[in-house]
Write a protein that binds this ligand. Structure first.
Ligand SMILES: *Cc1c(COP(=O)(O)O)cnc(C)c1O
Length: 383
C-alpha cells in the first residue's frame, strides 16, 4: 500500500505536468465587477453575477432585515424545524414566475441535480444526456445507477437514434440537457427535444442555471421559445443571475410532492439561511417587476463580439476557444496583467482539446472597459 502523502504528491505532480492544477485566488473586496486581490484591482469578466444583484442595495437591505428577524443559520433540515414561511414564499414566487404548479428549493444547484436525478430513475432505467452537460448532472446521473448514454452536443439526430435503438430495453428513460450551456453560451433546441421526448415516452429535465433571470423575460431558457415547450422538470439555480445562493426545481404539484419525499439532498441537508432566502425574494422581485435591465448583459456581450468580429451571441457567455491548456492559461495571464479577470477553462470542465478563455458579461460593465478588453485581446492576438 502506498503512503497517502506519497499518493497525493504523485497525483498533484501529474496534474501540474498536464497544466491541469487548479488554485483559487482569494479576493479581498468585491463591488459589482470590481475586485481587489493581492492588493491589485481587477474588472471581473468571469463571474455569473450577470445582473450585479449580488451587490444590489435593496437586496442587501432585505438580507440584513432577515438576519435581525430570523438569525444567521438555517438551523436544521426543513423536515425537522428549518422550514419557514419565507422559504414557501420564495418557492411560490419562482413557480408563479415560471408558470409551473410548484417549486422546491435546494441548498444549491449542485444539490438539486444530485437529488432530483436519483429520485427519478434507477438501475433498470436509461439516462440520455447532452455530452456537454454540467458535472452536477453527470454526478446525479451516476448516483442514480441508471445506464448513461451521452448524445452529441445539441444533436437531435443522434438523440433520436439512441432512443430508437435503446428505449425499449428500459423501463423508464430520462433526457437531460442544459437550456444555456455554461461553458459555450449556446442554447439547446428545447422545442425539438421536448417533441422527441414525448414521441419516445422519455421524461425530460432541463438545467436552467444560466437562463433564469436573463432569457424569456427572465423566466428562463424554456421561455425563450414560442410556443413554450412542455418540459416537466425544470431545474435552476439562485446562484447566478439572481446573485444569491441555492437551487430549485419547478414541476407539477404531484411530481414536486413526490420529489419532496424522495430527494435525499433536500431531506438530509440544512435549510438555506434566512438572509439568502430574503435576498433571493428581493432579487427575483426586481427582475419580475422589470426594475433591472435583463437585456444589458447580452447587449454588452454583443458589443464585445462586434469589436472582436465574433458572431453575435445568444447569451452573455463568450467562449474563446484556444484548444490547449497552455494557451488558455497564457491568455488568462495576459488579461490579468492588464487588470482583467477572464478565466481559463480546462478539462475535465470541458472536453480535451477544447480549453478556452471564458468571458461573461454583466450589466455593470462599462463600455470603455469592454472596449479596452477587446483591444487587448485583438492586439495580443488571443483571438
Ligand atoms: C453553476 C451550475 C450548477 C450548480 O449550481 P450551484 O447553485 O452553483 O451549485 C448546475 N448546473 C449548471 C449548468 C451550472 O452552470
Amino acid at each position: 500500500m502506498r503512503h497517502l502523502e506519497t499518493h497525493a504528491r504523485k497525483k498533484l505532480e501529474g496534474l501540474k505536468k498536464l497544466n491541469l492544477l487548479r488554485h483559487p485566488v482569494p479576493n479581498e473586496e468585491r463591488h459589482h465587477v470590481s475586485i481587489k486581490r493581492n492588493g491589485k484591482s481587477y474588472i471581473d469578466f468571469s463571474s455569473n453575477d450577470y445582473l450585479a444583484l449580488s451587490s444590489n442595495k435593496q437586496v442587501i437591505h432585505a438580507a440584513q432585515k432577515a438576519l435581525k428577524r430570523y438569525g444567521n443559520g438555517g438551523c436544521s433540515s426543513r423536515y425537522i424545524s428549518g422550514d419557514t414561511k419565507q422559504i414557501r414564499t420564495l418557492e411560490q414566487n419562482i413557480a408563479d414566475f415560471k408558470q409551473t404548479e410548484d417549486c422546491i428549493l435546494f441548498g444549491s444547484g449542485y444539490l438539486a441535480n444530485i437529488g432530483i436525478i436519483p429520485a427519478l430513475v434507477r438501475k433498470t432505467d436509461l439516462i440520455l444526456m447532452d455530452q456537454l452537460s454540467h458535472a452536477s448532472m453527470i454526478d446525479g446521473a451516476r448516483l442514480s445507477g441508471a445506464d448513461i448514454k451521452f448524445f452529441h452536443h445539441n444533436d437531435i439526430t443522434h438523440l433520436t437514434y439512441l432512443l430508437k435503438t435503446m428505449r425499449s430495453n428500459f423501463r423508464n428513460a430520462l433526457i437531460l440537457t442544459e437550456t444555456v450551456f455554461s461553458m459555450d453560451g449556446d442554447l439547446a433546441p428545447l422545442d425539438h427535444i421536448a417533441m422527441i421526448s414525448k414521441q419516445y415516452q422519455a421524461w425530460l429535465m432541463t438545467d436552467d442555471a444560466h437562463g433564469f433571470g436573463l432569457l424569456g423575460k427572465g423566466r428562463g431558457g424554456v421561455h425563450a421559445f414560442s410556443p413554450i415547450p412542455d418540459i416537466p422538470i425544470q431545474m435552476g439555480t439562485l446562484s447566478k443571475a439572481i446573485g444569491a445562493y441555492g437551487g430549485y426545481v419547478c414541476s407539477s404539484k404531484i411530481i414536486c410532492q413526490f420529489l419532496r419525499n424522495k430527494c435525499r439532498s433536500a431531506i438530509y441537508s440544512t435549510a438555506l439561511p434566512p438572509s439568502i432566502i430574503a435576498s433571493a425574494i428581493t432579487a427575483l422581485d426586481l427582475i419580475r417587476n422589470n426594475l433591472v435591465d435583463i437585456q444589458k448583459p447580452i447587449k454588452n456581450a454583443d458589443y464585445f463580439c462586434q469589436l472582436t468580429h465574433l458572431p453575435s451571441p445568444q447569451t452573455p457567455i463568450i467562449p474563446i476557444l484556444l484548444k490547449t491548456e497552455e494557451k488558455a492559461i497564457n491568455a488568462q495571464k495576459i488579461l490579468e496583467q492588464e487588470g482583467f479577470l477572464g478565466i481559463a477553462i480546462r478539462p475535465p470542465t470541458v472536453p480535451k482539446g477544447t480549453s478556452r478563455l471564458r468571458l461573461t458579461f454583466s450589466c455593470a460593465h462599462q463600455k470603455t472597459e469592454i472596449k479596452t478588453l477587446a483591444s487587448l485581446i485583438l492586439n495580443q492576438k488571443i483571438i
